[in-house]
Design a binder for this molecule. Structure first.
Ligand SMILES: Nc1ncnc2c1ncn2[C@@H]1O[C@H](COP(=O)(O)OP(=O)(O)OP(=O)(O)O)[C@@H](O)[C@H]1O
Ligand SMILES: [Mg+2]
Length: 271
């Protein structure tokens, strides 16, 4: 840790007239896990798409600001060059190729990375060690995997390009608590092996346990940031994102629930 791996500065982005990100700045130190929390529509996916340069696939564009990774600028690069630079995104909703086999899904992930056969074999070995089920089910269509297994495949596919930074878009979404915990364990393991992680989550309890630093995104703007432990202890985050209600905050929390229909999921996850 120490050096900055990813530096997002004053990033604004949107979809036609819709402004989804306003002057967002954040940093991911080398080897760190950093999380971005926020409710539905806060701009979390837009942020990851802006970093991976895939916004155009969704009809969006970066309006201003800059993204640097290590000593290079990612501004204006095509998505494959961002992958080649070492930044891989696991998209929201997994997006595995359902009719292709598990193995072919993983092969597709290696396309953006190195052409070196030994490096690819090493990447596949690492993925199979992290997720043995992907080796066992290699020949099956990916669509037959459970939701949790598909999430493992989506993460494994991104790891095939041997990224230095992994962008994860709500990996726990729709998973039972036990499976979400397993995904969290593997994120920890991937990070321990030297890959930095930018984790976008609505499951604040899970994300704050994994991350060293956290940002809260609300309607496209960073409203809070700091060490994850500090955010986890702050009244604001406890009330709005961890579902912890004290007497004085009860009225506010009820109000927040009305505006944030996903709070019930945070509450479950926090329990
Ligand atoms: N493809 C798109 N076209 C137009 N508007 C979009 C598109 N994708 C997102 N938006 C809008 O941009 C804003 C931010 O959306 P985004 O998907 O980044 O939020 P999010 O934090 O990822 O939400 P969620 O937790 O529901 O995935 C929202 O107002 C959303 O309606
Ligand atoms: Mg999203």
């Amino acid at each position: 840790m120490g050096a900055i791996a990813l530096e997002v500065a004053d990033l604004s982005a949107g979809y036609g007239p819709v402004r989804a990100l306003r002057q967002v700045s954040l940093e991911v130190p080398e080897g760190a896990v950093v999380t971005v929390l926020g409710g539905n529509g806060a701009g979390k996916s837009t942020l990851l798409r802006a970093i991976s340069r895939t916004l155009a696939f969704h009809g969006g564009a970066v309006v201003s600001g800059s993204v640097r990774f290590g000593d290079r600028s990612l501004d204006g690069l095509p998505p494959d060059r961002v992958v080649a630079a070492g930044v891989c995104q696991v998209p929201e909703g997994r997006q595995v190729f359902a009719r292709m086999t598990v193995e072919d899904n993983l092969r597709a992930g290696a396309l953006g990375g190195t052409r070196d056969r030994t490096a690819r074999a090493a990447a596949l070995k690492r993925v199979h060690e992290l997720f043995p089920v992907l080796a066992e089910r290699a020949a099956q269509p990916a669509g037959l995997l459970s939701g949790g297994e598909q999430q493992m495949l989506a993460v494994g596919r991104a790891l095939m390009a041997a990224p230095k930074l992994l962008l994860l878009d709500e990996p726990s979404l729709g998973l039972a608590p036990l499976m979400a915990a397993r995904i969290a364990d593997t994120i920890r393991e991937i990070n321990a092996q030297g890959t930095a992680v930018l984790l976008v989550e609505q499951n604040a309890a899970l994300a704050l346990r994994l991350a060293s630093r956290a940002y809260v995104l609300e309607v496209g703007e960073v409203t809070l940031s700091g060490p994850a432990a500090e955010l986890a202890a702050s009244d604001e985050v406890r009330r709005r994102y961890l579902g912890v209600v004290d007497e004085t905050a009860a009225a506010d929390a009820a109000d927040a629930t009305a505006h944030h229909p996903t709070l019930s999921r945070w509450q479950e996850a926090a329990g």
